[in-house]
Write a protein that binds this ligand. Structure first.
Ligand code: ADE
Length: 226
């Protein structure tokens, strides 16, 4: 998969993909990530990218021209163009999985007080990562790239995410490692029993309990999995 990111703050992406699973995916040519400065596409002599909003209001608004030109130069017939905005549709694991099958993503990070509404006309989808407002689309973009890349075929083992939180409508079960007792806190007996039927049953019960406590919306079917 190829991912092109359009941002005004390229440096925010320094090092973020140079560790761990994403780095390995890049090194193994499973994903290619290119970060582009929106300003490089500005035709203005002063490289201006934003202006005041028509009708008045606070802040500066990202202009059409640099974004339109950037998308025109990067887009192919297999590209999906994503705009990050708090007013987009809510991001979920199921969408991450769908997007992990795409060939090419162009992700536009909105900034300042917003962007010219006409930019939406060249986008395939508008995504919000949650019901809160961040200073820009850069961190949401990193969230998308991380969550999508780990689901690309060959990046991690399928077993690693088949039963994890949000893949089913249950949160993940608790896990433990050595030592058996740490500061009076014991590993549940069943996990050292060697009885895999019992272990699976216990894990399922824990998933149900945790989901009921922390995310009852998932059990009602109106949560993150659909
Ligand atoms: N930009 C600012 N806040 C955002 C959010 N919650 N999701 C996506 N983009 C954003």
């Amino acid at each position: 998969m190829k991912i092109d990111v359009l941002t005004l703050f390229k440096d925010m992406f320094n090092n973020i993909f140079s560790e761990s699973i994403i780095k390995r995916a890049i090194d193994n040519n499973l994903v290619e990530i290119n970060i582009h400065n929106i300003r490089d596409y500005s035709k203005d002599p002063h490289k201006k990218v934003d202006d005041t909003p028509y009708g008045g209001g606070p802040g500066m608004v990202l202009m059409c021209q640099p974004i339109f030109d950037a998308v025109k130069s990067l887009r192919t017939s297999n590209s999906k163009v994503i705009l990050l905005t708090p007013s987009g549709t809510l991001y979920k694991q199921s969408l991450a999985l769908d997007l992990s099958h795409e060939e090419h993503l162009i992700i536009i990070c909105g900034h300042y007080e917003g962007f010219d509404e006409r930019i939406k006309s060249i986008c395939d989808m508008e995504i919000s990562i949650g019901d809160y407002v961040l200073t820009g689309g850069e961190i949401p973009c990193m969230v998308l790239i991380d969550s999508i890349t780990r689901l690309i075929d060959g990046v991690i083992k399928k077993e690693s995410y088949q039963n994890e939180s949000f893949t089913t409508n249950l949160l993940d079960y608790p896990t433990y490692t050595k030592p058996r007792v740490y500061e009076d806190l014991e590993v549940p007996e069943v996990l050292v029993s060697g009885d895999h039927e019992k272990i699976n049953k216990w894990r399922y019960e824990q998933q149900l309990k945790l989901t009921e406590k922390n995310r009852p919306d998932l059990l009602k079917g109106d949560g993150s999995c659909e």
